[in-house]
Design a protein around this ligand. Structure first.
Ligand code: UDP
Ligand code: MG
Length: 317
């Protein structure tokens, strides 16, 4: 008997792409079932992340038409990472392996075959990695690749060019469930779970329809969250910076005394002004970074739920 696969797809205002996504997913899943690679109890689970359009109605009607489709309805919009987690935590109760994917068909669904093969070869986590960014605009490519490099530099262990398209086994998901953090950055958490992992390469396409729900502002805050949730390097950098400035100020002191004794000292208004502003700026910046970590701790200590599920549509048999 083949294992049960659940494909979890978070959806936020995706009414334009859902009909096409569900059509293609149905063909893919039925082909995998016919090949005997996955059980006929496998499902495609859409997570409605508090959409204000017809997304949930579409998911409901998909579920009534075909039991292949399941739905999870969140009580409100919680953002991509939380919606994904809600889907993963629901799916792990029914599935042997779960693949997470975006709704907009940017992730090539043909990579699913490779992921499932790797799963049977004994991988508990299979990362979908983009082989190129040919379809991205220069700006998106530049900012996205810069993001991965910055993350690495800042000490977070993430897989290069891997977004949230991945397969996880039941036990890997049980591992994920142990991570109770509120500041969710799944890409950083999954490698920490461990177990044997593999990679499947795919070509990332353009969004099928609708527009990106990740504008630059959200992307930047996601990147900042990723760094500050996974590394304390920024705080170390502040310490280094403080040390450097102390050294520099001693040098400046010696230099100004030397100038005084050589008789060349004039009231140095401009240098004083410049240094006041510089030091003020550095201090504010440093306090800000520390504040970010304090804020994170504040959020974590509250242990607020990361999502609340309003209803689940799922036919287990
Ligand atoms: N998404 C979500 N909640 C949000 C924003 C986005 O569930 O608050 C979903 C969205 O429906 C899509 C996925 O997250 O399935 C990725 O979003 P998008 O394709 O807009 O991001 P991009 O590919 O442009 O980075
Ligand atoms: Mg997208």
């Amino acid at each position: 008997m083949a294992d049960i696969l659940y494909v979890v797809i978070p959806c936020y205002k995706e009414e334009e792409v859902l009909p096409e996504t569900s059509k293609r997913m149905k063909a893919k899943m039925n082909a995998l079932i016919a090949d005997g690679k996955i059980s006929d109890k496998s499902r495609v689970m859409f997570v409605n992340d508090g959409s204000t359009d017809r997304t949930w109605e579409i998911i409901q009607s998909l579920h009534t038409e075909d039991k292949l489709f399941s739905g999870v309805n969140l009580s409100r919009n919680r953002g991509h990472q939380n919606a994904l987690l809600a889907g993963l935590m629901t799916a792990k109760n029914y599935a042997d392996m779960v693949i997470s994917m975006d709704a907009d068909l940017q992730d090539d669904i043909n990579a699913i075959d490779g992921m499932v093969d790797k799963y049977y070869e004994g991988c508990d986590v299979v990362y979908g990695v983009r082989s190129s960014r040919a379809t991205d605009t220069f700006f998106k490519k530049f900012t996205a690749e810069g993001f991965y490099k910055l993350m690495k530099l800042m000490g977070a262990d993430i897989v290069f060019n891997h977004a949230d398209y991945r397969l996880m086994s039941k036990r890997a998901l049980e591992g994920l469930a142990e991570f109770g953090e509120v500041n969710l950055f799944l890409r950083g958490i999954v490698p920490e779970i461990g177990y044997k992992s593999g990679i499947v390469e795919y070509e990332r396409a353009e969004r099928f329809a609708g527009e990106s729900k990740y504008p630059l502002k959200k992307m930047l805050s996601f990147a900042f969250d990723g760094i500050t949730s996974f590394s304390i390097k920024p705080i170390r950098l502040i310490i280094d910076l403080g040390f450097l400035i102390c050294v520099l100020s001693v040098v400046a002191l010696i230099w100004s005394i030397a100038v005084k004794f050589m008789g060349g000292s004039i009231a140095g208004w401009s240098s004083i002004m410049a240094s006041i502003w510089l030091i003020g700026g550095i201090q504010l910046l440093s306090i800000g970074v520390i504040g970010e970590y304090v804020g994170k701790m504040y959020k974590e200590t509250k242990h607020r739920p990361r999502f609340i599920i309003e209803s689940v549509l799922n036919d287990e048999n």
